[in-house]
Design a protein around this ligand. Structure first.
Ligand SMILES: Nc1nc2c(ncn2[C@@H]2O[C@H](COP(=O)(O)OP(=O)(O)OP(=O)(O)O)[C@@H](O)[C@H]2O)c(=O)[nH]1
Ligand SMILES: [Zn+2]
Length: 210
């Protein structure tokens, strides 16, 4: 076996997209089936437009499959004033769907990096969160994908990502535990090795000194 080959794909590797995709008519028909399965009548007036609405909503929820997260970050600029301190974007609203139940998980992401000369427009960090959030997810993978993409494209000295989100599959069904949120993190480079840096990040992101 060639040990120089990386066998684990990077977390930001594009998700395999099923081709050919089902047609829009097939997708709407699937929604009709689910509606009938609830016991309701898909032909009654209030439900007649629902398959079309659901498919349009899915287009919006899952538009992240159509976007390239790497291309998004490639437009960086050289930092002329030699800013090499922490950059933190905190409280980025995050709306995603869990891949187990296709039910929303909603919360926020805090994203930080320690530049190594190159910086990126801050809106791109928020867009990056959206690209991965607009795919079917588990929170751990979402957190890792955000951090790993910044790390591999920007090549900074370190990256830190914390995601804090409530999973509606735990509040509106199943175990029914409102008020619970899941917190996940990914620390790379100097964030992994330096507790001081981690503390600075937590403080700047408004997470106390934890
Ligand atoms: N680790 C992790 N688990 C998640 C995430 N989103 C949902 N889950 C969990 O995925 C699990 C799926 O468990 P299953 O036993 O296969 O499904 P289920 O019977 O619907 O489970 P319950 O939700 O406990 O009713 C549940 O425990 C969910 O709470 C996530 O982002 N990360
Ligand atoms: Zn779920």
């Amino acid at each position: 076996m060639d040990t120089t080959v990386e066998t684990r794909p990077p977390a930001h590797a594009p998700t395999r997209v099923l081709r050919p995709r089902p047609t829009r008519a097939q997708a709407e028909e699937a929604v009709r089936t689910l509606l009938a399965w609830t016991g309701d009548d898909p032909d009654r007036e209030g439900l007649r437009g629902t398959p079309d609405r659901v498919v349009r909503a899915y287009e919006e929820f899952f538009e992240g499959y159509e976007e390239d997260p790497v291309a998004l970050l490639e437009r960086t600029f050289e930092e002329t004033e030699n800013y090499n301190e922490l950059v933190v974007l905190r409280d980025i609203r995050l709306e995603s769907h869990c891949e187990h139940h296709i039910i929303p998980l909603i919360g926020k992401a805090h994203v930080a990096y320690l530049p190594d000369r190159r910086v990126v427009g801050i809106s791109k960090l928020a867009r990056l969160v959206d690209v991965f959030a607009h795919r079917l997810q588990i929170q751990e993978k979402l957190t890792a994908q955000i951090a790993d993409t910044i790390h591999s494209v920007l090549k900074p000295r370190g990256v830190a990502v914390v995601v804090d989100a409530a999973h509606q599959c735990m509040t509106t069904r199943g175990v029914h535990k409102p008020g619970v949120s899941m917190v996940t993190s990914r620390m790379i480079g100097e964030f992994e090795s330096s507790e001081t840096l981690r503390r600075q990040f937590f403080a700047m992101a408004g997470m106390g000194g934890a």
